[in-house]
Write a protein that binds this ligand. Sequence first.
Ligand code: PEP
Ligand code: MG
Length: 593
Amino acid sequence: MPEPEMQILHGLGVSAGVAIGRAMVIETRGPAIPRIHLPEEELDAEVERLRQGAQLAREELQRTRARAGEDLGNELAAIFDAHVLLLSDPGFLGRVEGRIRSQQVNAEWAVHKTAEELDNLFAHMDDAYLRERSEDLTDVSRHLLRSLQGMPHHEMPELQENVVIVADDLTPSDLIRLGRQRVIGLAIESGGRTSHTTIIARSLNLPLVSGLAGVTGLITEQAPIVVDGETGQVILHPTVEVLDRYLERRAEIRQRDRSLMETRDLGAVTRDGVEILLMANIDLPEEVHEVGCYGAAGIGLYRSEFLYLEKSPHLPTEDEHEAIYRQMIEAAAPHPAIIRTYDLGGRKLAREVMDTREENPVLGLRGIRLTLARRDVFRTQIRALYRAAVHGDLWVMLPLVSRLEEVRAFRQFAADCMAELEAEGVPFRRDIRLGIMIEVPAAAVIADLLAREVDFFSIGTNDLIQYSLAVDRNNEHVADLYQPLHPAILRMLRFVIGAAKDAGIEISLCGEMASDPRFALLLVGLGLRRLSVSPRAIPQVKTWIRERSSGELTELALRCLQHATAADVERHLESVFAMNDAREPVASDTESL
Ligand code: PEP
Ligand code: MG
């Protein structure tokens, strides 16, 4: 058979680095499920097919369980036990069988409809245990459908070697689960620069190219593949020469990263002595050591919702929360650790606390709205935050605030939690700083009013851009419209920074925008003195800051604010920074191949 031809695909390079390996293809979207009417005489055979499908799915799950036990420990592996049990449960399978017979339909349709019906039933129950069952059901029915449709399961197969995941879509929790195993890179159809899956890929230090329409159909299992997370190129079936070139490039990148690290103990100080605090965005507790490694000035954002996603289907206990927050405080010292209360919702789903199925979850019950709506669940976190604060400088930050009332309601909620702690004689700290994310346009526009009520702001450009420009941060079809340099965004930033300064409160920015050194300099020019970025971005941003004076950057920001389009601002930045660009794209090399 002739060797397959090399193919070069172009996507969005969203998490840096080069991965060279073999592909593992994962399809999570799955085909639509047709409803097929069956004649009476075929129903017995269809029920038999269902039973065989269930048996296959059980065997697959048991294998996964055994592997998960080795990799993740028995506590997490026990989730799969629950799934195996459900697949044997006559309450579930019996209903499916009943539906096949009574409605004379195919097994797939009967599974899909039964799971939907039970899921709705469980998801609205008050009992947390039963709500958990609803998520189990979703997983189990997915397995069963895959068996029935003869599709491969996308649980982790035995990995003999490092793999590059090629997927249609991956949720942040899929990636947390997969990425800790022998995964070295990712090529995904969906996604954008600031999707949470991208953010987790950066946390796990995995090169990722997204926005690769149809890639799962172009590559076969185990085929050789190169992912260049910087240029956005993905090479399928690379030739020996190209492979050699990428091996070299990977070594160069590693060398470059090592030399950037030499700035670790230097301050992020402009030439004229203005100090910029570069803080770390932390998503997973295991990343906390990077605060010290990359010389971060504390933690500017801990996304505590990922703790929840990792523990799912169990809720983290108060002591578990407290232990993690203590770790954050210790790693951040002598600087603050800013812990954001759960920002669940949107694509960061966790059915244990989300008991609604939302048509449009990104505009739904998420962030502070969910915290206030489910105080029974979030009480645990709030108590833990105030308890942990006795150990150091912990600041609490609220996500997705859009109204003053939310801040006031939270203060009351926190006061109630503190009153409980006091009554129980549990030590806690009362005077911790309370701040908010500015990530909803409404909050940006009333920043002057909000600034009177809180101790600090942190601008979340990931969502601020999404909501202001009406561009889904996770949608590859509109990725080019997701423009951090849009004049509307720059004006909002200027206004929010001014409002914080006028009120004399702290302000920082923790969206991904600040991880791009060009944008970081613009943000300094707009007046920010604290930026929170993914730890690995710190050395490069710091290097760029040290090469400029604050006056130059103020001038730059003023010029940028005069431009009418994002493209003009971008061109302006490019022309000013052309000499600085430390990134060395190889696009031109491979383009000419
Ligand atoms: C943001 O929206 O900019 C942000 C930092 O929060 P997240 O990315 O978690 O939505
Ligand atoms: Mg956000």
